[in-house]
Write a protein that binds this ligand. Structure first.
Ligand SMILES: [Zn+2]
Length: 395
């Protein structure tokens, strides 16, 4: 019926199948491009297109690729969390915009959608606190401080992350720093070099200083780039000179405006750069490290041994129970800061207009193709649970 040579099996599937796999095994199951014609699936409905800039299909494919890697490494619990995360999406349509909600959001730092949701929450909370600070304290200037450590292999990632977080705490406790810095937001970011397999952990910190005091001629509290580097070296207890960068953030001044918000958003946006842990090939997502072994420890063992799927599990182990974004105490949303009395301090909810309907999309796999397909609509306003608007099945 089909001539195999017409299909790009070899190229797309070399990462999945060893050449010794019998042909009939290659041609069965979910990965088979031949037997899963569209007609065999009941869900020939409307697909979820991109919502704004967000491509949920792409993110779900990345999630599943990470889940495969976790499962192969014996981390079934996290793998299942990711697999079940947002396999159903609710798209609330309004006259002026769209809102997307997911079912069973996993909240795991590895998950692309959880990362989005967390960044949004963190940004919301931080922007409120910063806005409050900048509206009550005139003459503030935001600085962006980038602190790095030497790159490390995956098996050192957990230790290095702890080290950089502790060192940042020490840096902020130094008298010279305390005199200059009134408040800070810090975020730990990871990148992985695909060629060397080394991880690069660094901190982006947004520091707030008093413009007049700090930048004044003959200012005693000004800290030059060289001094920052020396302080960071001391905090890190390093035997090398770590790379440090300090610059003023345009727009991040009192009072906070749109440019300042954007600058702040940049600081807390990513923990791990999208793409560090997943790569795409011939339209499919794969987790990095599923083919090339790296040294790592099995759970409960001290011995380093070559293992597959190391990048994903190393990240998973390193971030467990750690705060990747943190702020100085005066920026924490605690009882000393009450935003309710200050209307300007509240984050403005985006005006979405009138509610129209909610579309329900379900993740379905169709051979090698997979997507979110429309399975139903409901007219019940999610923000008004009492009011029944009706439900319609089918696209
Ligand atoms: Zn998730």
């Amino acid at each position: 019926m089909f001539d195999i040579s017409h299909f790009d099996v070899g190229q797309a599937e070399t990462t999945d199948w060893t050449p010794t796999t019998p042909l009939h095994q290659r041609l069965s199951g979910d990965d088979c491009p031949y037997f899963c014609e569209e007609t065999t699936l009941p869900d020939r409905g409307k697909r979820l297109k991109k919502v704004g800039q967000r491509n949920y299909k792409r993110m779900h494919c990345e999630k599943l690729a990470l889940a495969d890697s976790l499962e192969a490494a014996g981390r079934d619990d996290v793998a299942n969390l990711l697999r079940n995360c947002c396999s159903q999406l609710f798209v609330d349509r309004y006259t002026k915009g769209v809102r997307v909600r997911g079912l069973n959001e996993c909240k795991h730092p590895l998950c692309p959608t959880a990362q989005l949701a967390r960044a949004r929450r963190q940004y919301g909370a931080t922007v409120v606190a910063v806005e409050k600070l900048l509206s009550t304290t005139a003459d503030m200037q935001g600085l962006l401080l980038t602190l790095t450590v030497q790159s490390c292999p995956a098996h050192e990632l957990n230790y290095r992350l702890g080290e950089i977080i502790r060192a940042f705490g020490r840096l902020m406790s130094f008298t010279k720093v305390k005199q200059a810095v009134k408040a800070y937001v810090r975020s730990v970011e990871f990148t992985r070099n695909a060629i060397t397999s080394l991880w690069h952990v660094h901190i982006h910190a947004c520091l707030f200083v008093s413009k007049a005091e700090y930048f004044r001629r003959s200012s005693k509290i000004y800290i030059s780039q060289e001094q920052w580097a020396a302080l960071w070296r001391k905090a890190l207890r390093a035997t090398y000179d770590p790379v440090v960068d300090i610059r003023a953030l345009n727009g991040l001044v009192s009072p906070l405006d749109e440019r300042g918000r954007d600058a702040l958003c940049e600081v807390i946006k990513y923990q791990v750069k999208p793409g560090s842990l997943v790569y795409w090939e011939s339209g499919r997502a794969y987790a990095v490290g599923r083919q090339v072994p790296e040294l790592y420890r099995k759970p409960g063992s001290d011995k380093l041994e070559p293992m597959l799927n190391v990048p994903v599990i190393a990240f998973c182990d390193a971030v467990k129970g750690r705060r990747l974004v943190a702020t100085s105490r005066n920026l924490q949303g605690d009882e000393t800061l009450d935003f309710t009395d200050d209307p300007k301090g509240e984050v403005k909810a985006i005006d979405l207009g009138e509610f129209i309907c909610t579309e329900i999309y379900q993740w379905h796999t169709r051979g090698r193709d997979a997507d979110f397909f429309l399975v139903g609509r409901t007219f019940n306003d999610p923000d008004q649970p009492g009011k029944q608007g009706g439900f319609a099945m089918g696209p």
